[in-house]
Design a protein around this ligand. Structure first.
Ligand SMILES: CC(C)(COP(=O)(O)OP(=O)(O)OC[C@H]1O[C@@H](n2cnc3c(N)ncnc32)[C@H](O)[C@@H]1OP(=O)(O)O)[C@@H](O)C(=O)NCCC(=O)NCCS
Length: 191
């Protein structure tokens, strides 16, 4: 994926300028334009504002491609658990490993925060997201019936346990290596 020649910082022009950065108030409009495309019941401006304002218990990031916001993620910290509240990549940019990069950054951040487990809810029909989460060691542990009220869809509850273990760290390091995320991070500011 990443095209790196010689010195890892001299990168081919083909490598886009990517960065994962903390989400700021000025980013919310750009985030909303994706949110409205990907979620049947999108969060409002005020929900994002409230979430990013709670810097002790939340961590929100944007993924930028040449400055443009093309994805974002959010996590809520509750004691030893990190609950993924939102993750999305603009439809035009899905399937290019950006979701995996956001997850890798999010997990790295959760580990720094001292989290031991990760959890989330996902629509039972949302196979791309379930694939992403399974790659990152999430397992289905239950169903919340009718959790998504707008279409009465069930949510699958998923957990990834013991993310601070060597085994889990090796798992995500393998993903990063297979997808060339580390090379990209040297060239950009991914992690
Ligand atoms: C879920 C989402 C963030 C993934 O982002 P992405 O940039 O497409 O993810 P990646 O390119 O890193 O792909 C992640 C994995 O999903 C797989 N995948 C991507 N699209 C898929 C599809 N349509 N069907 C099945 N698997 C798919 C990829 O193959 C990859 O697995 P692999 O590495 O084993 O090949 C993106 O699909 C999205 O924004 N969806 C809408 C919002 C959403 O549903 N968010 C989750 C709410 S719980």
């Amino acid at each position: 994926m990443a095209i790196v020649h010689g010195d890892s910082r001299q990168v081919s022009d083909e490598l886009p300028n990517l960065a994962i950065l903390p989400m700021r108030k000025k980013d919310i409009e750009g985030v909303l334009s994706i949110e409205k495309l990907v979620h049947p019941k999108p969060w409002s401006y005020n929900v994002f504002l409230s979430e990013i304002s709670n810097t002790k218990e939340r961590s929100y990031s944007t993924l930028r491609l040449n400055g443009e916001i093309v994805g974002y993620s959010g996590v809520m910290y509750i004691l030893e658990d990190a609950h993924i509240t939102n993750i999305a990549v603009s439809p035009a940019h899905q399937g290019k490993d950006y979701g995996s990069a956001l997850m890798f950054a999010l997990v790295t951040e959760a580990l720094k925060h001292g989290s031991k487990n990760l959890t989330l809810e996902v629509r039972v029909t949302n196979k791309p997201a379930q694939k992403l989460y399974t790659n990152f060691g999430f397992m289905p542990v239950g169903i919340r019936k009718g959790y998504y009220q707008e279409n009465n869809e069930d949510a699958m509850i998923m957990w990834a346990y013991d993310i601070d273990s060597d085994q889990y760290r090796e798992r995500i390091a393998k993903i990063a290596s297979a997808k060339g995320l580390i090379e990209r991070s040297k060239a950009s500011r991914w992690f």
